[in-house]
Design a protein around this ligand. Sequence first.
Ligand SMILES: Nc1nc2c(ncn2[C@@H]2O[C@H](COP(=O)(O)OP(=O)(O)OP(=O)(O)O)[C@@H](O)[C@H]2O)c(=O)[nH]1
Ligand SMILES: [Mg+2]
Length: 224
Amino acid sequence: MRDIKLDNKKIHFENAAFRISAPDISHLTDDSGIEIAFAGRSNAGKSSALNALTRQKSLARTSKTPGRTQLINVFEIEEGKRLIDLPGYGFAKVPYEVKKKWQKALGEYLQKRKSLKGIVVLMDIRHPLKDLDKQLIQWAVDSSIPVLALLTKSDKLKQGVRSKTVKEVQKAAEEFDGDVTVRPFSSLKHTGLDEVKNIMTEWFAQEPAVNEEVSENEDELAED
Ligand SMILES: Nc1nc2c(ncn2[C@@H]2O[C@H](COP(=O)(O)OP(=O)(O)OP(=O)(O)O)[C@@H](O)[C@H]2O)c(=O)[nH]1
Ligand SMILES: [Mg+2]
């Protein structure tokens, strides 16, 4: 019996398949179910983390050139369960107009998307908690959205410095006074992968968002 129960909850991340690339939320498919977004500075390792999580080498496009992901990319694990690869922020070399467009699309997505039920904020372990990272985490906390702060490329640091950094960021994250979990992560070595999956599985077990039509019908019924 216990196995069956656990099996019901299991999320098959490896089943994730690309659905759509959208320049902004007006082009996204329906806003029902649960979405978990991967956000972070350009080059932080968002696309690599998605590929590690789904055990697919090239599901999300990765690049040595910052600014690779310029669209909101949607991957569906199963009906009503999606992973979102968001454009990176804070990359200085992108032309101002392009940057403005991305930031607007990103801001709109974060503020308006009802199915957004969890945000994974990825930060290079060597440069954590930059201003835009802090703004994003604070915004998520203020919107009661849980945050998993992943300190990426943890393979780049020796064990001692790594643990010290994780502790420091954990301490700093307490200041946000919300549901913020900090963990080291490496897409290369798969460090932290199981824990990420566990946390995301919990997030996927939250109450899903419902379509606008459904809630309107409910309103009508309530008026009757
Ligand atoms: N050593 C190491 N390198 C990594 C790791 N994760 C990502 N990288 C490298 O970091 C670079 C950027 O990775 P991406 O996954 O493309 O980063 P991104 O955040 O999606 O970047 P944008 O789409 O430009 O915002 C690539 O050269 C990756 O190979 C890691 O865990 N360890
Ligand atoms: Mg990317």
